[in-house]
Write a protein that binds this ligand. Structure first.
Ligand code: AMP
Length: 281
C-alpha cells in the first residue's frame, strides 16, 4: 500500500493508473477505521482495479470544536486495517495540504440539507460538500463509496455531485453493526462501559418500531421511539424524523413515501450517536 500525503503526488499516481486503463474506487473516511469502513473498502475492492482510501479529519464539517479536538486519530492501526483490506493508495494529508487557503465555497444544497443534521449542525453539510468535492476533484474516481449509517449525507453528496457535474457513481453501502445491534462508529470508543451497555437500545427500539408502525400513525411511531429511548438512563433523543428516503423531507402519512426511513440522533452521555431504519411497505 502506498501512503500519499501530497495532493500533487496523489493526482499523478491516480492518473498513471487510469492511463493504464484501470478503474478507480474512492472511499472517503475520517479514520479510526472499523468494520463499517472495511465493508466499504471490500465493496470498492470488488468493483474497481485500484482502491483509494482517504483518511482526513475534515475540520470544516465540525460545528463543535470539542468534537473535532477529541475525534479519535489512530493512523497506525488504520494503515494496518487498510493493508489487510487490500487498499492500493491511502491518502493521508495534513489540513494545510487540503486547505492551503480557507475554503469559502457555499454550496446550494437545497432542502435535503436543511432538515435533521442540517438543522442541528449548522455548516456541517457545507463542510462535507467542501471536502468530498475536493476529494472527487483530486482523485476523479469512477466510483465513490458511502455508508447508509449517514443516510442524509448520501442525499447531500448526490446533490453536490449534480451541482458540480461530477462524472462518477455514488454507491451506498449498508450499515455495519456490532453483534448487539449498535451501529459501528468511530465515536463508540468514547462511550463509558455503562453507556456502551445501554446504546444497543437505539437499534432495538427502531426494529421494534417496524412492527409498531403497522398499526400506528407516523406521529405515534415517532413518539413511541422517542419515549422508549428517553426512558433509558443517560440517553436523550435529539431528533427522530421519519422522512422520504430521496427528498429527506419529513412525511405526515405512511402513504406519502414509497420508502420511508426513520433517522435518529441520540445523545448517550456526551456522545452523539446516529442511526436509521427503513420502513418497507
Ligand atoms: P466517517 O469516517 O465516520 O466519516 O465515515 C466514513 C464512511 O464510512 C462514511 O461513508 C460512513 O457513512 C461510513 N460508515 C461509518 N460507519 C459505518 C457503518 N457502521 N456501516 C457502514 N458504513 C459506515
Amino acid at each position: 500500500m502506498e501512503i500519499i500525503r501530497e495532493v500533487a503526488l496523489l493526482r499523478r499516481r491516480v492518473e498513471e493508473e487510469k492511463q493504464c486503463g484501470r478503474s478507480v474506487g474512492l472511499v472517503p473516511t475520517m479514520g479510526a477505521l472499523h468494520a463499517g469502513h472495511v465493508s466499504l473498502i471490500d465493496r470498492a475492492r470488488k468493483e474497481n482495479d485500484i482502491v483509494v482510501v482517504s483518511v482526513f479529519v475534515n475540520p470544516t464539517q465540525f460545528n463543535n470544536p470539542e468534537d473535532l479536538r477529541t475525534y479519535p486519530r489512530t493512523e497506525e492501526a488504520d494503515c494496518e486495517k487498510m493493508i489487510n483490506a487490500g487498499v492500493d493508495i491511502a491518502f493521508i494529508p495534513s489540513v494545510e495540504e487540503v486547505y492551503p487557503e480557507p475554503d469559502t465555497r457555499e454550496f446550494n444544497l437545497g432542502p435535503v440539507a436543511e432538515v435533521m443534521e442540517g438543522a442541528m449542525r449548522p455548516g456541517h453539510f457545507n463542510g462535507v460538500a467542501q471536502i468530498v468535492s475536493k476529494l472527487f476533484a483530486m482523485v476523479q474516481p469512477h466510483r465513490a463509496y458511502f455508508g447508509e449509517k449517514d443516510f442524509q449525507q448520501i442525499a447531500v453528496i448526490r446533490r453536490m455531485v449534480q451541482l458540480e457535474d461530477f462524472d462518477l457513481e455514488i454507491i451506498d453501502c449498508p450499515i455495519m453493526r456490532e453483534n448487539d445491534g449498535l451501529a459501528m462508529s468511530s465515536r463508540n470508543v468514547r462511550l463509558t462501559p455503562s453507556q456502551r451497555a445501554i446504546a444497543p437500545a437505539i437499534h432495538k427500539t427502531l426494529v421494534a418500531s417496524l412492527d409498531f408502525a403497522k398499526s400506528h400513525t407516523i406521529a405515534e411511531t415517532k413518539q413511541y421511539v422517542i419515549d422508549e429511548i428517553n426512558a433509558q438512563p443517560e440517553m436523550e433523543v435529539e431528533y427522530y424524523e421519519i422522512v422520504d428516503s430521496l427528498t429527506m423531507q419529513p412525511i405526515a402519512n405512511w402513504s406519502d413515501s414509497d420508502c420511508p426511513v426513520g433517522c435518529i440522533t441520540v445523545y448517550c452521555g456526551q456522545v452523539r450517536l446516529i442511526d436509521n431504519i427503513k420502513y418497507t411497505k
